[in-house]
Design a protein around this ligand. Structure first.
Ligand SMILES: O=C(O)c1ccccc1NCC(=O)[C@H](O)[C@H](O)COP(=O)(O)O
Length: 246
């Protein structure tokens, strides 16, 4: 029995059943998309625009996302941990907490909130990355270890993480760069195939998506989904979930 609350399992299941015409869900849901409820972008400002996070959650669920991401960092992304808890409570989908985690207390807090996955940034935790992954796993969480260059991939490979995320943006620039999906093309082949690979950030359209999905198992998308207005958001996200797969 697949536990869909576990992000790594959900992505594997999505991939394995992609071509199964008898599976009523995966017949139409072709691409594994982690959809981010992103309330603020350092570059574009307010992205929520008077909408409610839980309404966006519903739209993402109905559009067939494989998981949900939420940034709890307040300083740059205007995140709110209480909202994160509400999101976890109100969905059967696995939820990823994105933040600049540097303490084990924050990992425990993430598990207590009912999240599936916690982001572990190798650039931030350096030689402590493996220890933080082990700790998160002992709390029952999946881990997404984020990398942005070859050296960070080496760090990620030395951990037990099930998922490695290539961030197409340089997080040090706090999103004032647009990111480039060519980074995923460049780095994905350096990651062992026994890990689930996720391309994160800067995926703006179906061309970008098709590019990253040639190399990865899933894509994490926030800004372009949030910039679409409420009326057309479901169809827009659906177009990414069902998009042409080469
Ligand atoms: O990625 C990080 O290291 C990170 C850590 C803490 C807060 C935010 C962080 N990055 C921003 C994002 O997570 C992006 O919003 C996400 O990857 C979606 O990207 P985009 O589609 O370009 O909005």
């Amino acid at each position: 029995m697949i536990n869909f609350k576990r992000q790594a399992n959900a992505i594997k299941n999505f991939k394995e059943n992609k071509h199964d015409k008898n599976d009523p869900v995966n017949k139409i849901n072709k691409n594994a998309i982690i959809a981010e409820i992103k309330v603020h972008s350092p570059k574009y400002g307010d992205l929520l625009k008077n909408r409610k996070e839980l309404d966006i959650l519903k739209i993402y669920e109905e559009a067939g996302a494989v998981g949900i991401s939420y940034i709890t960092d307040k300083q740059h992304f205007n995140g709110n941990f209480k909202v994160f808890e509400e999101i976890c409570k109100n969905t059967e989908l696995p939820v990823l907490r994105k933040d600049f985690i540097t303490t084990k207390d924050e990992i425990e807090k993430t598990a207590e909130a009912g999240a599936s996955t916690v982001l572990i940034i190798s650039r931030l935790l350096k030689e402590e990355t493996a220890e933080f992954v082990d700790f998160a796993m002992s709390c029952g969480l999946d881990t997404l270890v984020e990398v942005h260059n070859k050296e960070e991939i080496e760090v990620a490979k030395d951990t037990k993480t099930s998922m490695i995320g290539i961030n197409n943006r340089d997080i040090r620039k706090l999103e004032l760069d647009d990111g480039t999906v060519s980074l995923t093309e460049k780095l994905a082949n350096l990651i062992p195939k026994d890990r689930i690979i996720i391309s994160e950030s800067g995926i703006a359209n179906l061309n970008d998506l098709n590019t990253v999905l040639k190399y990865t198992d899933a894509a994490l998308i926030g800004t372009s989904f949030m910039k679409t207005n409420f009326e057309t958001q479901k169809e827009f996200v659906k177009s990414f979930v069902r998009g042409k797969y080469e």
